[in-house]
Design a binder for this molecule. Structure first.
Ligand code: C5P
Length: 230
C-alpha cells in the first residue's frame, strides 16, 4: 500500500509521516530531502543550471543515500553526511528554483517510483498524490494557517541552528515560507496542489498524534469500503 502526504511548508508532513510509518511498520520517504540533497550537490559543484548538457551530465552521476540509525535519518551526498547542511538557509533559499527544473524532477520522480516497488510506503512531498503516485490507495493533503506554520518552522530552525538564527524573527520566517509556497504552487510542472481524490486535514489546531489518528481513520474507512465492494 502507498500512502501519499502532500502539503505546504510547516504543515507537519515529515513529523506525521514519520509517526505514521512507525505505527504502521511502513517505510517512509521524505522527498523534500531528496530535492534538498540535489540542490546541495548542484551548489557544491557550481553546476550552471542553464547549461542543459552540464545539468544532464551532473544528474547522470548524482549519488544520494539515506541511512537510518536509531530511527533517525541521515542523508549522504557522495558519501558526505549532509543531514544538517541540507536544512540550512542557503539550501532552503535555492531549493524551490532547482526543484522546478524538469530534468531534476524527472530524475527524482524515477528514484521515488523505484523506491515504492513492492513495499508498503509513506511518501511525503508536494506532488506525491498528483504526479508521482496518482494511483495511491490513500492520499492526504495537509493544510494549516500561515501563522501557525511559520511559528512551527521558527521553532524548528531555532532548535536546529541556534547560533545562525539568533536574530531571526517569526515575521521573517512567515515571509520566507509564503515565498517558497508561492513558488512551489505556481511552477509549471508538478505544482503543489490537492489531488482531486485526496483527504484534506487542517493541522493548525491538531497535534501530530491527532493527525496520525485521523489518517488511520481514513485508512480504515478505505479498507472497509474495499471489503464491502467485493
Ligand atoms: O519538504 P521540504 O520543505 O523539505 O521541501 C523542500 C523543497 O523541495 C520544497 O519547497 C519544494 O520546492 C521541493 N519539493 C518538491 N517536490 C516534492 C518535495 C519537495 O518540489 N515532492
Amino acid at each position: 500500500m502507498i500512502i501519499t502526504i502532500d502539503g505546504a511548508v510547516g504543515t507537519g508532513k515529515s513529523s506525521v509521516a514519520k509517526a505514521l510509518a512507525r505505527d504502521l511498520g511502513f517505510i517512509y520517504v521524505d522527498t523534500g530531502a531528496m530535492y534538498r540533497c540535489i540542490t546541495y550537490a548542484i551548489l557544491k559543484h557550481h553546476i550552471d543550471i542553464n547549461d542543459s548538457a552540464a545539468l544532464t551530465e551532473f544528474l547522470k552521476n548524482f549519488q544520494y543515500s539515506v541511512k537510518i540509525k536509531l530511527g533517525e535519518r541521515f542523508y549522504f551526498v557522495e558519501n558526505e553526511d549532509v543531514t544538517l547542511k541540507i536544512r540550512s538557509a542557503e539550501i532552503t533559499n535555492a531549493v524551490s528554483k532547482i526543484s522546478a527544473l524538469p530534468a531534476v524532477r524527472e530524475n527524482l520522480v524515477a528514484l521515488q517510483r523505484r523506491a515504492a516497488v513492492g513495499v508498503n510506503g509513506i511518501f511525503e512531498g508536494r506532488d506525491m498524490g498528483t504526479v508521482v503516485f496518482p494511483d495511491a490507495q490513500l492520499k492526504i493533503f495537509l493544510t494549516g494557517s500561515p501563522e501557525v506554520r511559520a511559528a512551527r518552522r521558527f521553532k524548528e530552525l531555532r532548535e536546529k541552528f541556534p547560533e545562525d538564527t539568533e536574530n531571526l524573527t517569526v515575521e521573517e520566517v512567515l515571509k520566507d515560507i509564503n515565498a517558497r509556497d508561492d513558488s512551489d504552487s505556481t511552477r509549471a510542472i508538478s505544482p503543489l496542489k490537492q489531488a482531486s481524490d485526496c483527504c484534506v486535514v487542517d493541522t493548525s489546531n491538531l497535534t501530530i498524534d491527532d493527525v496520525v489518528l485521523k489518517i488511520l481513520e481514513f485508512k480504515d474507512t478505505i479498507r472497509a469500503r474495499q471489503a464491502t465492494s467485493h
